[in-house]
Design a protein around this ligand. Structure first.
Ligand code: NAD
Length: 377
């Protein structure tokens, strides 16, 4: 996890108070400010800087523009015993996501399986959060997500942007151990990783960006274009694009995210970008839930999972000092480490946060008269 700049380490408690204050400043209730901050910090703790605290300036700008609305509740459009079709009303995804999962879990626990189809949610952040939340109730889940209004990804064999970073996630609970969570963008990297690289964090892998001339590279700048001094980088305006993961197969999965999370949920696909009224950023999410108690009345599933994980991890490592990891293992290890070290952030990223907080009137001395920004001990 090599940063381009020497990172600063921000203690988790300090970050929690500081960001909470920032979200409260733009109208989020105390509960929502706490929840949004906790989820963003959770992403940093697990190594996903892209979906962590670096999002604050963008969320604040969206609230100020009126495209993201504090303190929203999900609206039920239609339901039966096992299905809920929900509208997130462009509320903070951290709140809308939590309410959605609660609906899905409640029905799955009663009927064995359930589906939630969520449209028009604000940014749902790290999708792994939602599989983890379901797992707390002994519910396994699958989540397909698209991002209408955020056209960033070129299709396999194409140069022009036609899709979003559309994450896929699934997870299973385990008794007495953390759940197993697979969670990734169907682009080679999530856009936030390009933003983090642009702001001095971990560089992008080669081939993550395709230029307007079809050339592959890892410089994030073509995604953002020239960035005016007074503006936060906007990935919607550059001449280049992100590439998909997994060649034609990843591109096919990315396509189906648009079908399930965009078209089926009613949230709309990336093609909506042609219509100015549909350019507002939103996540659609189709989720399927399985209550484990309905599938197995004894501990057979848990035992089978345990056996398979042992078998899987016992594969001889390809590199002499390598190791085979299961999905989610990297995140769990990092979380343990970062709870002690604090959150590593590039200085540019921390400066972005402190400057935005100052601008919205967070009552802390974060930038001195010489323009130096504050680093907590
Ligand atoms: P990534 O490329 O880091 O892949 C993460 C997944 O791969 C995890 O499940 C992790 O456990 C697994 N993994 C990583 N290294 C591994 C190893 N050595 N062995 C085995 N498994 C390994 O993730 P990403 O594509 O950059 O996505 C980052 C985050 O961005 C995700 O949390 C995703 O939900 C989020 N995202 C959200 C949106 C949105 O609109 N809300 C859009 C895109 C991405």
């Amino acid at each position: 996890m090599a940063f381009q700049e020497t990172p600063v380490f921000i203690p988790v408690d300090f970050m929690q108070e500081f960001l909470q204050e920032s979200f409260a400043q733009v109208g989020c209730s105390l509960e929502e400010s706490e929840r949004v901050t906790r989820r963003l910090i959770g992403a940093n703790l697990r190594g996903h800087e892209s979906h962590g605290v670096a999002r604050m300036p963008r969320y604040v700008e969206w609230v100020q523009k009126g495209t993201l609305i504090p303190n929203q509740k999900i609206r039920l459009i239609q339901e039966n015993e096992v299905l809920s079709i929900l509208d997130g009303g462009h509320g903070f995804g951290q709140s809308i996501g939590e309410q959605t999962i609660q609906q899905g879990v409640e029905k799955a626990l009663k009927h064995g399986v359930s589906v939630t189809a969520l449209r028009n949610s604000g940014h749902l952040g790290r999708i792994g959060d939602w599989a983890e939340l379901a797992a707390e109730s002994k519910v396994a889940s699958l989540h397909m997500v698209n991002v209408r209004g955020s056209l960033l990804v070129a299709p396999f064999g194409g140069v022009d942007r036609r899709g979003s970073t559309s994450p896929f996630c699934c997870g299973i609970p385990r008794p007495d151990e953390p759940p197993v969570i697979l969670d990734f963008a169907t682009s080679l990297v999530a856009e936030g990783k390009a933003l983090v690289a642009l702001r001095g964090g971990t560089p992008l892998p080669e081939g993550a960006i395709i230029g307007p001339d079809g050339k592959l590279g890892n410089d994030p700048l073509p995604l953002y274009g020239e960035i005016p001094e007074d503006r936060y980088p906007d990935p919607n305006v550059g001449p280049g694009a992100l590439t998909g993961f997994g060649l034609h197969k990843g591109a096919g999965l990315n396509f189906f995210m648009e079908m399930f999370a965009g078209a089926l949920t009613g949230s709309g696909t990336s093609a909506g970008i042609q219509d100015t009224s549909l350019r507002r950023f939103c996540n659609g999410m189709l989720s399927v839930y399985f209550s484990l108690d309905y599938f197995h009345s004894d501990d057979w599933f848990a035992q089978e999972v345990r056996n398979y994980i042992d078998f899987y991890k016992d594969s001889r490592p390809a590199e002499p000092d390598g190791e085979v990891l299961i999905p989610g293992e990297v995140e769990l290890r990092l979380m343990k480490e970062r709870m002690n070290t604090g959150l590593p952030l590039s200085q540019t990223s921390w400066k972005d946060l402190t400057q935005k907080a100052e601008k919205i009137g967070v009552d802390r001395k974060l930038v001195d008269q010489a323009g130096n920004f504050f680093i907590p001990n």
